[in-house]
Design a protein around this ligand. Structure first.
Ligand SMILES: [Zn+2]
Ligand SMILES: [Zn+2]
Length: 491
């Protein structure tokens, strides 16, 4: 398994992810997606949107605003309950989550060894004097304050006056934008239960201890679905909400596998009663084996009718569905598959990373699924001194770039150019050589063919330039290298 340090360094070196405001020393837990990172992120979001919103007849999309009426957060419970217990050091002023102190290594000045300084592993006692941690784990000297609740929402003011009446929050989740639009979507789109609303967007949480690169950040992006079902219906002999919960768990796992995540690196974690949010009937997390260990990649919760009922209560508007068959108004139950874009990106990146040995040399390769790779194709001239080769390569790139992410590169010898593309996961390279354009001095005619090189097998085939777009399209559309090679050989 690749380490986080290796990924962070690759991401910076090759333009995937940079630390935010780096020239000013960086900010805590904010990251910027560079030229390749933004392509990867967009492709992940596009695949998710296409598979879960566009392709499904029971789904529609939404893009709600980040700033909402402050009552939304009162109704959702975030104003009163979205908090972590926090303690402060009275000496060094460092802040900790009270529930994470036992997982933090602590500094200790040991009285049994004339006050020597030790750093003791999380939860362990000093082997010299037997003391366990009571003071600040960072400075080892300060007393800690009693825990108090720290709300994780970013507070701000709407309009020019900073007064209590204008207080609002940056949304801590995209879900509430869907709940408050439930009736708008129901009426305007004439939906019948079950149906879902999908949304991709930014959310913000003022985490006390963010960290682990893009795993936990204060600003992040979510891909969320609220799937509304009739709790009075049964499907295959089971309550509809339980049936659809299982279906969404299966579909979510299948989606990550479809885009190349190795099945062994995925597992399901069922929340037990202590972990379960107060409104949830059942929650299952899809966990991924990140470089930091098994951690949540996405959650799939049965939120029951909690949110719609809360918003109905606080807004005074009925948020119900009329069941024609039973002639009754029902408040739908909600199944919520909620994934983090940044975590998904980290999982795809970690899963794709390989170090291989090729002819005695190390090759770093990102084996991205072809649909997710930031660059689909790199067009490389074999000789950059030949104008006709360079011109042809540019023309091929321009043509491919109408539909794909395609780059031209001539800044090194061909072997090095291939390695660079391997390292950013480009599935196919196209090279233009002397045979492609011919050599009039030597009386050699142009054959008009170009070479396609496969990232994973490093095999190469020559195809007619006129067929290149089609062949690349087939490969990116799911045809295997073997199938395409066989088809090119036959023609
Ligand atoms: Zn301290
Ligand atoms: Zn000690």
């Amino acid at each position: 398994m690749v380490t986080m340090d290796t990924l962070v360094s690759l991401c910076k070196r090759r333009g995937f992810v940079f630390q935010s405001s780096e020239i000013y020393g960086g900010t805590g837990s904010c990251w910027d997606y560079g030229p390749l990172g933004v392509e990867l992120k967009n492709k992940i979001k596009r695949a998710w949107w296409r598979d879960f919103v566009q392709r499904r007849p029971d789904m529609v999309g939404l893009d709600a605003s980040i700033l909402m009426h402050s009552m939304v957060w009162k109704a959702s419970g975030h104003v009163d309950h979205f908090a972590d217990p926090m303690v402060d050091c009275r000496e060094c002023r460092h802040r900790f989550r009270a529930d994470q102190l036992a997982e933090t290594p602590w500094v200790h000045y040991c009285p049994a060894t004339k006050g020597n300084k030790f750093t003791i592993p999380p939860g362990e006692a000093c082997t010299h004097c037997g003391a366990s941690r009571t003071l600040c784990p960072d400075c080892g000297k300060g007393e800690l304050t009693p825990p108090r609740q720290f709300n994780l929402m970013f507070k701000t003011f709407m309009g020019p006056v900073e007064e209590d009446a204008s207080v609002t929050y940056l949304r801590p989740e995209t879900a509430q934008g869907i709940f408050v639009n439930f009736d708008n979507v129901l009426q305007s789109m004439r939906r019948k239960l079950p149906f879902g609303i999908g949304q991709i967007g930014k959310a913000f949480r003022n985490e006390i201890t963010p960290g682990n690169f893009i795993f936990r950040t204060r600003e992040f992006e979510q891909m969320e679905i609220e799937y509304f079902v009739n709790p009075h219906e049964t499907v295959e002999g089971r309550p509809a909400d339980e049936y659809w919960h299982d279906r969404w768990i299966e579909d979510s796992l299948a989606w990550f596998r479809r885009y190349g995540i190795q099945p062994d690196n995925l597992r399901l974690h069922e929340h037990d009663r202590d972990e379960l949010a107060h409104y949830a009937k059942r929650t299952a997390d899809v966990q991924y084996r990140f470089p930091i260990g098994w951690s949540e990649l996405m959650g799939i919760a049965n939120r029951t009718d909690f949110d719609l009922k809360q918003h109905a209560k606080f807004s005074g508007k009925a948020l119900t569905y009329f069941d024609e068959e039973r002639k009754e108004h029902v408040v739908p139950y909600v199944i919520e598959p909620s994934a983090g874009v940044d975590r998904a990106l980290l999982a795809f990146l970690a899963d794709a990373y390989r170090e291989e040995e090729v002819r005695g040399e190390k090759r770093v390769v990102l084996r991205f699924h072809p649909e997710l790779a930031p660059l689909s194709v790199a067009v490389l001239p074999l000789l950059k001194k030949r104008d006709d080769i360079v011109r042809t390569a540019h023309a091929i790139r321009d043509d491919l770039a109408r539909h794909l992410t395609a780059v031209y590169d001539d800044t090194a010898a061909i072997g090095r150019l291939y390695r660079r593309q391997d390292e950013v996961g480009t599935p196919y390279c196209v090279t233009v050589d002397v045979q492609t354009v011919g050599d009039t001095d030597k009386g050699e005619a142009a054959d008009g063919k170009v070479t396609i090189r496969d990232r994973d097998s490093m095999e190469q085939i020559r195809v007619e330039g006129s067929r290149l777009g089609q062949v690349i399209g087939d490969l990116l559309g799911g045809a295997s290298w073997a199938e395409v090679t066989a088809a090119v050989g036959r023609s």
